[in-house]
Design a protein around this ligand. Structure first.
Ligand SMILES: Nc1nc2c(ncn2[C@@H]2O[C@H](COP(=O)(O)OP(=O)(O)OP(=O)(O)O)[C@@H](O)[C@H]2O)c(=O)[nH]1
Ligand SMILES: [Mg+2]
Length: 443
């Protein structure tokens, strides 16, 4: 297949919404450096951002230079600043441009639908990054009240998108996650506190994905720099979603889409196919999806006879024939099967994955969920036992096994497991949530 010419490469406008000081500018600079660092690591995926104009380069380099010199985060944004990037990818020694995109770095108070500049940005956008302060979501019980306005904006956009059957992805980005306790408890707390918003987004079938961004400043012999983890995945996910949609319906900014009327059932099924996966696990699955989705984005690599998912599936199956324990191929293949709702095929792949030593048990829980969906309680429970054998204090496994024990009529064991989970829960709030769940389950 011939390479795409420059004019065939789509250009997407990404809207960013977030209050003053939530971390939008740090996120942009951090995402840029994170991708750059990945590019320099051998064996990692080669996705990176390139500037399309010198102004953008100067702005970002100015920010990075400020951090390096002062060891401080950059000052607040005073005016809307434009950035034009290319998302590049290296595949088999060949560099390709996956798409171009435009990003506006907006001062917090300009993210307001009364602001004519912001209105224009909304209408010309193809997708949106919504920023929440992860630390405040966990530690400040009043934080949600303070962000009611941006939440209304997101729900309004999502609702219109749904009414018009458009594909308009939202990346929900939790900033400052380096200031939170590592591990699933913080994610659980963010999840719990964000439920009102997620319920509103689900009600209008919004396509969204969560991302946890951590961008501390680190120093090495007096040289400071941003060390970003998890930031760039959201930009890459948004662009891969837009690239997929673009293959079927071209680039439709929000304004043109709203003027048309397309049946709502034409929406992408990827988000809805994942709905059976509990919310807590979505974020980890999403990270797997990024690599697969990005392959889809480089559509020049695929022939027209098969869908990109089918092509990729075959590719991973071939890799596994030669190298059955290839962890990356196993995880990507499992994710692809799940996306294609081929759960019977996903099971043996996940079973192989969970046999391998790991510090993260997310895939174990996905396997357990599939067993649960199939009503296979024995195998579901064996997964929790396997996790608990490796990590006796795994909070998720304790809770899930306790709920299953109740379902299986063994309230005594369930009580012990709930008590253990309550005991290890790190905050009073979470302990109360476990108590309430136990009370409801045990009646
Ligand atoms: N530890 C940590 N602090 C962060 C992170 N991101 C942002 N911050 C803090 O949040 C402050 C604000 O970040 P900015 O990126 O400037 O926020 P903004 O959303 O661009 O804010 P405005 O431009 O004022 O609208 C920074 O000065 C840091 O103190 C992060 O990932 N980790
Ligand atoms: Mg800013």
């Amino acid at each position: 297949m011939s390479r795409r010419s420059r004019s065939d490469i789509p250009v997407f406008n990404l809207l960013s919404i977030g209050h003053r000081g939530v971390g939008k500018t740090v996120f942009l600079a951090g995402s840029y450096t994170e991708l750059l660092a990945n590019r320099q690591k051998e064996g990692s995926q080669f996705w990176w951002l390139e500037f399309r104009d010198s102004q953008g380069r100067e702005n970002i380099e100015g920010i990075l230079e400020y951090v390096a010199r002062t060891g401080q985060y950059p000052p607040p944004t005073m005016k809307i600043t434009d950035f034009n990037f290319a998302l590049k990818h290296r595949q088999r020694q060949e560099e390709k441009t996956s798409c171009y995109f435009r990003w506006w770095d907006v001062p917090g108070e300009s993210c307001n639908l009364q602001n004519p500049d912001f209105q224009k940005m909304v209408l010309s956008s193809h997708g949106c990054c919504v920023f929440f302060n992860g630390k405040a979501l966990v530690h400040n019980p009043r934080y949600l009240e303070t962000i009611e306005e941006p939440i209304k904006q997101i729900v309004a956009i999502a609702s219109l998108v749904n009414q018009h059957g458009l594909d308009y992805p939202f990346a929900l980005i939790f900033t400052q996650c380096d200031l939170l306790e590592p591990g699933p408890i913080s994610q659980l707390q963010i999840e719990a506190n964000l439920q009102p918003l997620l319920a509103r987004l689900d009600a209008v079938n919004a396509k969204y994905q969560r991302f946890y961004s951590a961008i501390p400043i680190v120093s090495n012999q007096g040289q400071y720099r941003l060390k970003a983890v998890g930031a760039s995945a959201s930009i890459v996910w948004l662009l891969s979603e837009l690239n997929k949609t673009h293959q079927f319906q071209g680039q439709i900014p929000l304004e043109s889409g709203l003027k048309r009327s397309v049946p709502a059932n034409k929406r992408s099924s990827v988000a809805s196919s994942r709905k059976f996966v509990p919310l807590l696990l979505m974020s980890s699955l999403g990270l797997l999806a990024v690599s697969a989705a990005l392959f889809f984005a480089v559509n020049g690599a695929f022939g027209p006879a098969q869908t990109p998912e089918q092509q990729l599936t075959q590719q991973y199956e071939r890799i596994l024939e030669k190298d059955p324990a290839n962890f990356a191929a196993l995880t990507n293949l499992a994710d692809l099967y799940i996306q294609q709702k081929q759960l019977d095929k996903a099971i043996p792949v996940l079973e192989k994955i969970v046999e391998q030593p790991t510090k993260s048990f997310d895939l174990h829980f996905i396997l357990a969920d599939i067993y649960a969906a199939k009503g296979d309680k024995d195998r579901e429970e064996k997964v929790y036992d396997r996790v608990l054998a490796q990590q006796a204090n795994n909070f998720d496994a304790l809770i899930k096994k306790a709920v299953l024990r109740v379902e299986r009529g063994d309230e005594a064991t369930a009580k012990t497991l709930f008590a253990k989970a309550e005991n290890i829960a790190p905050t009073e709030d979470l302990k109360a949530q476990v108590r309430s769940l136990a009370q409801r389950a045990l009646k």
